[in-house]
Design a binder for this molecule. Sequence first.
Ligand code: ADP
Ligand code: MG
Length: 247
Amino acid sequence: MSDPILEVISLTKCFGAIAASDGLTFSVKRGTIHALIGPNGAGKSTAIAQLSGELRSDTGRVRFDGQDVTRWSVDKRARTGLQRSYQITSLLPEFTAEDNVAVAIQSQQGHSFRFLEDARKDHSLRTPAKKILKRVGLSDFADFPITSLAHGQQRQLELAMVLATAPTMLLLDEPMAGMGQSESLQMMELLRPLKGDITMLLVEHDMDVVFALADVITVLVKGQALATGTPDEIRADPAVRRAYLGE
Ligand code: ADP
Ligand code: MG
């Protein structure tokens, strides 16, 4: 429980003169929800992209589940269990919610999206797809084309798609973005029970959500970890209050 599943060691990433990550160092304990917070432009999304493998780091290392994954591709990281949430825009709008989840399960089994027509017809994928839709509260919408889902339901489906890949650790960059209060509460209630099974690194700007969900918080300022601690420790940290909470 106390061993780190993810170790971020001195990661840097420059865009021209801007160091979006600047020696970023922190670690995430297995089975926890670890929040990454910080002002706009602090480098939260950059860090997530470096951890998922979408962005290649200039220097530094990433260790995941005992392996150095620094040079690994997005796919290789995902196959070993380190996975960021899907963007609904990359999904299949003309397919139903259940078909999309079936495709995600199939992709986890090593098939490419070229076989998606097969995924649609493969009846062995139906039961697991239904189970996952139930886990995210979308059972009643299994047969809906995803274009007809409300915004909050599309975000629930994004979560279903990522659960279909059986991750050990999820990278979530503002999963509640654009949601109303009730949708965002619902998303919180979906994420909370996943903890334990799935370690989560959560970027979130709503402090109510962060303080309600996170076990540990890292405060990012100018690409560096200013502080890491429990919600109580972070709330009480004078440097954090000055630099971020605006005091
Ligand atoms: P956050 O998610 O915390 O708001 P970002 O990681 O998106 O911050 O951005 C960190 C800094 O890096 C910002 O100054 C941003 O303008 C810059 N940045 C991010 N992505 C790019 C990019 N692709 N090209 C150039 N600059 C970028
Ligand atoms: Mg961002």
